[in-house]
Design a binder for this molecule. Structure first.
Ligand code: CU
Length: 95
């Protein structure tokens, strides 16, 4: 019985994941000076993104989001509302 409930839960999670079509956005973020800055941005983005990574040294941020619920503009807006300037990083062309 327990196993049945667990596998049903796994099924639901997998289903939700397949429906969501997660996308990843890569950003250049200006204005970060220390790890507190990247922590603030991470915290602000966490409600929108399933995975967030921000590095104040490289000025790079990336976040994984569900394209049906969140737009790239919303993510950039959240970063600028925190006081930093985010621009989309164009993916490097494959060589
Ligand atoms: Cu800082």
């Amino acid at each position: 019985m327990k196993i049945g409930i667990i596998s049903f839960g796994v099924f639901l999670m997998t289903w939700g994941f397949l429906q969501a079509e997660p996308q990843t956005i890569e950003m250049d973020i200006e204005g970060m000076t220390c790890s507190a800055c990247s922590a603030i941005i991470k915290k602000k983005l966490s409600p929108l993104c399933s995975e967030v990574s921000v590095d104040h040294k490289s000025g790079h941020g990336s976040c994984t989001y569900e394209s049906e619920k969140v737009t790239q503009d919303q993510i950039l807006d959240v970063v600028s509302s925190a006081g930093y300037k985010a621009t989309l990083e164009e993916p490097e062309p494959a060589q």
